[in-house]
Design a protein around this ligand. Structure first.
Ligand SMILES: Nc1c(NC[C@H](O)[C@H](O)[C@H](O)CO)[nH]c(=O)[nH]c1=O
Ligand SMILES: CC(=O)[C@@H](O)COP(=O)(O)O
Length: 167
């Protein structure tokens, strides 16, 4: 059994009332597509309704933090607030320092957004040294790793519901 991964879920979560935003980058599109697919499938496995999953895209991972903030605020203005947002991006090391700067700034800003927006913001960004690493983590290499998009869907549902108090 694999050591890496979310482990057993600690309780049954009913996602049928949740609204979840997925904001994905378009860089490295073939890998992104499978991560988004896995994420949506996992959300649905918790009962999240298709019509309550809002999927939007931005050009690259650098745009994810501000895009996630704008998406969340727009849904609030439309009186359809999100219970969690899942930014999804794939960063792959090139030949300059571009990768390091984007990984660092995006990670910090997404973490900060949790506190600024007051809803869970999941870390759906792969930061890989090679394309092969990214493909493996998107479940695209048979027999290697599972699709990490599934973990992000599960994390969103758990974090949206875990500390909720129904009055
Ligand atoms: N190299 C990667 C990028 N680069 C693009 C930036 O994220 C950004 O869209 C551009 O600089 C305009 O602001 N994005 C990724 O998602 N993945 C990469 O590997
Ligand atoms: C998107 C860029 O600015 C690009 O020049 C970065 O190059 P690399 O991915 O090789 O570091």
């Amino acid at each position: 059994m694999a050591v890496k991964g979310l482990g057993q879920i600690d309780q049954q979560y009913d996602g049928s009332k949740l609204r979840i935003g997925i904001l994905h980058a378009r860089w490295n599109d073939s890998i992104i597509s499978n991560l988004v697919k896995g994420c949506i499938e996992r959300l649905k496995s918790f009962g999240v309704l298709e019509e309550n999953i809002v999927v939007e895209s931005v050009p690259g991972s650098f745009e994810l933090p501000y895009g996630a903030k704008l998406l969340t605020e727009k849904q609030q203005k439309l009186e359809k607030p999100l219970d969690a947002v899942i930014p999804i991006g794939v960063l792959i090391k090139g030949s300059t320092m571009h990768f390091e700067y984007i990984c660092d700034s995006v990670t910090h800003q997404l973490m900060k957004l949790n506190f600024d927006l007051g809803i869970p913001v999941i870390f759906g960004v792969l930061t890989c040294m090679t394309e092969e690493q990214a493909e493996a983590r998107a479940g695209l290499i048979e027999g290697k790793m599972h699709n990490h998009g599934e973990d992000w869907g599960a994390a969103a549902v758990e974090m949206a519901l875990k500390f909720r108090v129904e009055i």
